[in-house]
Each structure stands twice: as C-alpha cells, then as structure tokens.
Write a protein that binds this ligand. Sequence first.
Ligand code: ARG
Length: 453
Amino acid sequence: MKLWGGRFSESADTLAYAYNASLPCDQRLWAVDVRGSLAWVRALARAGVLSPDEAAQLDAGLGLVRAELAAGTFVFQPADEDIHTAVERRLGELAGAVAGKLHTGRSRNDQVATDFRLWVMEAEARVLGHLRRLQQVLLDQAERHTGTLLPGYTHLQRAQPITFAHWLLSHFWALERDGARWEQARTAASVCPLGSAALAGSAYPIDRAALAADLGFARAAENSLDAVSDRDFAAEFLFNAALLGTHLSRLAEALVIYATAEFGFVTLADAYASGSSLMPQKKNPDVLELTRGKAGTLLGHLTGLLATLKGLPSAYDKDLQEDKPPVFAAFDALDVMLPVVAGALATLSVNADRMAAALDAALLATELADYLVGKGVPFRDAHHLVGQAVRLGPLNTLSLEALRSLSPAFEADVEAVWDFSAAVSRRSVLGGTAAASVQAQIQAGRAKLSAAG
Ligand code: ARG
C-alpha cells in the first residue's frame, strides 16, 4: 500500500524507491507517530469530521498497532515507505475501511514535523538526566578534593597552584550552562505543527490549540508554511549536542594528559580503560579519546543539518528527510558518552602525591611578586624583579643575599612565601581556588542541581 499511488501508472524503480524510503531511519519514531495519530483522531472527532463510533474504532485499531510495535511483533512490509505508511497500512489490516479516514485533513508534512518534535523533546529530557548525573559525579569528586593541590596550567605550562576540586568544578559549570541550554531548547521545541497539513493548513475546523495541548505541547505553531519546514528545534538539538560534546572533549583531553606516566595525576579504573593487542603493559584511556573524537562527529552533524536547511525554498522539501539521521546519531552518541564519562570520573583514582610532587617553586612566582607589593613595590616593578630572580635559579633556593641584590625590599620573612597551601588560601575571592571559595561553589552547584530536580 502506497500513500500516493493514484496518479502513477508505472511502479517505482527499485533503487529509486529505496532511495526515497526512510523507514530504516524513522521507524524509531513509531511511539510518537501513534501518539500523534491518536490525538489527530480525537481532534477530527471534536471537529465533527469523524463520528464517535469511527473515532472509537480508529482509537482501538491504533492501540492494537501500538501494542504490536511495542512488543516487537509488528511485521514491516517492503512497501512501507516510512513509519507513517507502515502504521496506516497495519491500521487498515486491523481496523478495516475506517482506517482510510485517519489521514483526513492531515499530511505527512505536519505529521512528521510533529512526531519529530515529540521525539526530540523526549530525547532532550533524557540527555538532561544524564547531564545532571554527570554534574553530580563532578560535585561528589570535588567534595573529596578541596584540599588536594596540583599545578594549575595555562598554555599547558605550570602557572599557579590550585585545588583539584576547583579544576573539577570548572567542568561542572560548563555543564551547568549546557543544562540551561537543553532546558531552553526543550521549551522552544514545544510548538505543535499538526493541523498545518501539507502547507496551507487543514481544511477542517480543527481546534489546533486543543490538539497541541492534547499532545503536551505548550502551543500550536502560528504559520502553517513555517510549521511544516521549521527544523530550528533539530538544529538547536545539534548545536547543544556539539557544544556539550566540546565540553566533554575538553574534560576528556585534560584527563588523557593527567593519566600519562609523565603526569600521573589520575589513574583510570580498569573498568574504564583498554589494553593493547601488542603491548602487554598498555592501559589506554580509549573512552576518553573516543569522547574527544565523537565531539568532532557531533560538530559535523550540526554543520551537515545547517547546510541542508539553508537552501530550502518555502515549506516542506524532501531534503528535510535528512534531518533525522544526524539527530538520532547525536542522541545515540550522547546517550552513551555521558554515562561513560560519568562512570570514568566516579571511579577515577586521584594521585594526590603525584600532584603534590609536580608543585615547584616557580608556581609561587606570582606570590613572590605579591610579597614585594606588600613591601610597597609597584606590581609592575615587582613582576620585573621576580622575572630576574627566576633567571638566577629555582626560586625557593635563592639566598636572601641573592634576592636582596635584586631589591632591598626582600627581607627574611620572604621564607613564608614558599607555601603552596598559603598561595591557594589567599585566593578566597568569589570563584577562587581557596577551600572556602570552592566550598561555596559546591554549595551553589548543589543548589543548582536540586533546583533542576
Ligand atoms: N519521510 C518523510 C520525512 O521524513 C515524511 C514526510 C514526507 N512528506 C512528503 N511530502 N513526501 O521527511
């Protein structure tokens, strides 16, 4: 059964038919497709297009179709071009001639746009759940490491001492911004296209506001031409996926570096590491590298969809069938990436001794400059003097005489500068690395997570 055979005298070329068909991809829309059809039946009944008896027959028939799909007993046929065709074909087999009335006043154009939005909104909720669990893991690890010191890096060069909690929380806040974006996208997607029909709007007196509410949408789309071709929700999904992927990739890359023998700051649990087929000693951070790699693929999905969309003239064009594969692929990637990264982080061993061993006195150069500032030396001069001191040798090994040869402002109390914990504690500004500031971040983070529910 084709949905559109009437005006054709020749059957489709096999390859062209397969090229056109989207069932392999869109069959995963089955649940939202049936949901949309059930709501459409109710809308047609409210509009007086279907009798109560017809509506009841369609409702019961769609229930049977749904049960088969849910049980995995639904048998797809070669002529099922897409999920919409398959559901309607099977409805006809189970409910009889009344099935021919289901598509009254509807098009696959508004149908697929509705299905896809419903699917994307559910997918966004699931991504958000994963995201919140990962944030929770970061907070829990941070709680354990407010006193664990390590070098902070800029340009991947040792810069100043920080706490590992502070580093972990830097990733928490990036994910918090992602969370807000995914929530907003879910709200923005909550617009119902159904009732727009092919492009011009349904010719039947459908109460589109009631239909939208019936399907759980916040409102109905204002313009039927726009409604059938608007894929902003898909592009936003992919942007959010690409940016979330970017954040996960940065986290993964830092951990890959920290897990090297050279750094040794962290050790992945065996459950989240892989071996080498040749080198028996290897313990590789494959899951982190894959996360970094998949972030690139996610970015590709976004650029691919935007390229598809940018040339489309008015209303629905078949190019739009290319909207689903990248969104499904991005979802499938995140659906694994997020729990795997959360698991790897939750089971990560933090080697505080290796972190401490990497603290060298050069990380306190800024402290030394601040010491001079405390003695009344202008910061710019202090910076220059400490720069000269660095050239003399490791800072904390320089004698007081050597320092005083650079400036008489150095005094015996300079010894107190060589204290990494003190350097950390001084940064008690909001957002700083001091234990109190980090604790405040953890509290703020916990409040955000409980507000997100
Ligand atoms: N499989 C199509 C898609 O995903 C459904 C809509 C088809 N509409 C049409 N006029 N051929 O976009």
